[in-house]
Design a protein around this ligand. Structure first.
Ligand code: ADP
Ligand code: ASP
Ligand code: MG
Length: 406
């Protein structure tokens, strides 16, 4: 039987009881004869608590030390899960990202995986052990511990599945799969049994936190089967499977637009800047790429530029803009933390203005002010005030996904 990589998120391993339940689930799969590598996140809100702890001792904790601290969260859960498995008579071995040979670049807090050696994982699998790997972390070529960015354990799991030639990667979380909107915001959101990778990349990039966007990209590029399931469901119902896009699988007119999801992202902020001249834009893009800071829905016209980026990247952005100002590239900048993006994701938006005009109409009828916007063929993203964003998601979901056949 082929290797399966499974990943259990923070809620799924949030308490000792949940860890024991996860161990039983793994033991069942193991007894069916599957070689298993299991990636875990930190328990519950451990990562948030560690960040708060760091902020209590330092105004600007060095990123290297943050990685040393945050990687400890996943070390705790990997060791506990391994103990719980041994208790179920299952041979298990826990490994950190570094011990697993997950080699990253040197960008502390937002590192990218370069390659995975995986020797210790392979030898443990050969000894019929279940290997538990700490998600969200790796090690740089200079032997520094790195982390992959918030939500990065999903990416650890898919990257391991690819490197080890697994049959599939199963992401276990606290909902049944990928919904048409965050089910905690929209109670009528429905589950997608299948979703094309490219639409899932758009959903994840624009705030559907159920999957880390980079894990979807990796699965797509490497044709790795990726499934999202609920760890708390004893029946293990199917969940969502990501698929290659198929032509003609929509009940709509061939050229009609269709919506698959509405997302929002309170972890992003709107950044506006004025350049000294349009030709220096490349310098800004280059700096964001070097720091692995995201640049969502960029809009630029002449000297004015706006985009969304990580709320927790504000000090990095300030440093970049201050440097670019002193070099004579940036005239002024502001980070508008009360404006966050809401997006409608789907197909064929760019054919004409009909999708965009419908989106704007829905929001204005719901008395939601729109401060900025951009559109591509797969997504329309608008900036709204943070206190109105949940209402905006509900209004757009009602208009595009509850009343229309998709
Ligand atoms: P884990 O700890 O398992 O990685 P996350 O909290 O990162 O879990 O992701 C699961 C959460 O993603 C869900 O609890 C849900 O609130 C949220 N979410 C946001 N958008 C969606 C969506 N479109 N479909 C499913 N869940 C979503
Ligand atoms: N524990 C990390 C976080 O909370 C990584 C993850 O859960 O995927 O962001
Ligand atoms: Mg997650």
């Amino acid at each position: 039987m082929g290797l399966i990589v499974q990943k259990f998120g923070g809620t799924s391993v949030g308490t000792p009881e949940r860890i024991r339940q996860v161990a039983k689930k793994i033991a069942k799969k193991y007894s069916e004869g599957h070689p298993l590598v299991v990636v875990v996140s930190a328990m519950g809100h451990t990562t948030d608590e560690l960040i708060t702890l760091a902020q209590q001792v330092s105004d600007q904790p060095p990123h290297r030390e943050m990685d040393m601290l945050l990687s400890a969260g996943e070390r705790i859960s990997m060791a506990l899960l391994s103990m719980a498995l041994v208790d179920c008579q299952i041979p298990a071995l826990s490994l950190t990202g570094s011990q697993s040979g997950i080699i990253t670049d040197q960008s502390h807090r937002r590192a990218r995986i370069r390659r995975i050696l995986g020797d210790r994982i392979r030898s443990a699998l050969a000894e019929k052990k279940v290997v538990i790997v700490a998600g969200f972390q790796g090690v740089s070529e200079t032997k520094e511990i790195t982390t992959l960015g918030r939500g990065g354990s999903d990416t650890s799991a898919v990257a391991l599945a690819v490197a080890l030639g697994a049959e599939r990667c199963e992401i276990f979380t606290d909902v049944h799969g990928v919904y048409s909107a965050d089910p905690r915001v929209v109670s009528s959101a429905f589950l997608w049994e299948k979703l094309p990778h490219d639409l899932m990349v758009e959903l994840a990039t624009r705030g559907a936190g159920v999957l880390h966007p980079r894990c979807v990209e990796l699965a797509k590029q490497n044709q790795m089967q990726l499934i999202v399931k609920n760890s708390l469901d004893p029946n293990e119902s199917m969940g969502t499977i990501l698929i290659q896009r198929q032509a003609g699988n929509s009940s709509l007119g061939m050229e009609e637009f269709r919506v698959v999801g509405v997302t929002s992202d309170k972890e992003k902020v709107l950044i506006r800047l004025r350049l000294t001249r349009p030709t220096v834009l490349g310098a800004v893009w280059e700096r964001s790429a070097q720091a692995h800071l995201s640049l969502i829905s960029p809009v630029f016209s002449g000297q004015d530029v706006s985009f969304y980026s990580e709320r927790d990247g504000d000090s990095e952005w300030k440093k970049i803009f201050d440097e670019l100002s002193s070099q004579g590239f940036v005239e002024s900048y502001e980070m508008v933390s009360e404006i966050v993006p809401v997006s409608v994701v789907g197909d064929r938006f760019s054919q004409d203005g009909s999708a965009l005009s419908e989106v704007i109409d829905v929001l204005s009828q719901s008395h939601i002010s729109v401060v900025s916007g951009s559109a591509s063929s797969l997504a329309i993203t608008l900036g709204v005030l943070i206190h109105q964003v949940d209402d905006a998601v509900r209004a757009l979901h009602a208009a595009f996904l509850e009343s229309k056949k998709v």
